[in-house]
Write a protein that binds this ligand. Sequence first.
Ligand code: GLU
Length: 300
Amino acid sequence: MPSAYVGRFAPSPTGPLHFGSLVAAAGSLLEARAHQGRWLLRIEDVDTPRCIAGAAGGILATLERFGFEWDGEVVWQSDRIDAYAAALERLKSAGHAFPCACTRRELADSALARDGSRRYPGTCRQGLPPGREARAWRVRAEGLIGFEDAIQGWQEEDLARDCGDYVVLRADGLYAYQLAVVVDDAAAGITHVVRGADLLDSTARQIHLHHLLGTPAPAHAHLPVATNAAGEKLSKQTLARAIDDQPPSGALVAALAFLGQNPPADLADMPLAEVWRWARANWQLARVPRKRHAPAPDLA
Ligand code: GLU
């Protein structure tokens, strides 16, 4: 019987894959295969100003070089704008979303922000102030969202207190990542999200959106995020080294070690297919360190 498990890897094409993305790709694939599940690939190019020309092609080539095999066609968020628009219409017509005229400047100057909160102060919640035009659309954030993260444990967020009404259509006309990811995960039938713990704080909003849109929220497991010597998340901004020029067996074994799987010392010298064979036979989510971040190894 085919398994009901559907996982995915969803990189943003904002630069080449680095060690942190390799960890998320490997962890999500191995957990899906451990459940005889499918593993889908989605290129998250909804935030066009952050996308870099050629990065998506580079990511796909690197994944292939590392021996990743995904199921079905790659989904591109840039092809899915109509689905995001339809979801926003549903949120609007159910009264869950409202137009907001606030500029970044006004929000930064609000009394709440001066107290150190990044929460939306609620200015346009009951209607646009007279003479002002909608810039963005926000969702009313209400209720307590709790979920059991398979790695990080029980998580709970009071949406109104901890986050406030959040943007689903940005002032620049682009759909927010929060909306896109929920619509795409629901359309693909994703049952399990395994990704970096930098997204743990987005999860309550995403579960909230699933509830509002009437789609089942997936289960979550957030892997530790790889950090550099200064304790910063590896990213293009922190000049993380790309993995596409590294021997794949060694980098993959380093990712398995980072994920607490204790690969044998000589595995890094084996052919890539042997590394994957070992990883699939030995993968256990329970061995992943229950931390939000951990230092990346020094890859030669
Ligand atoms: N596109 C996001 C990133 O690259 C990942 C989103 C997700 O896995 O939900 O950080």
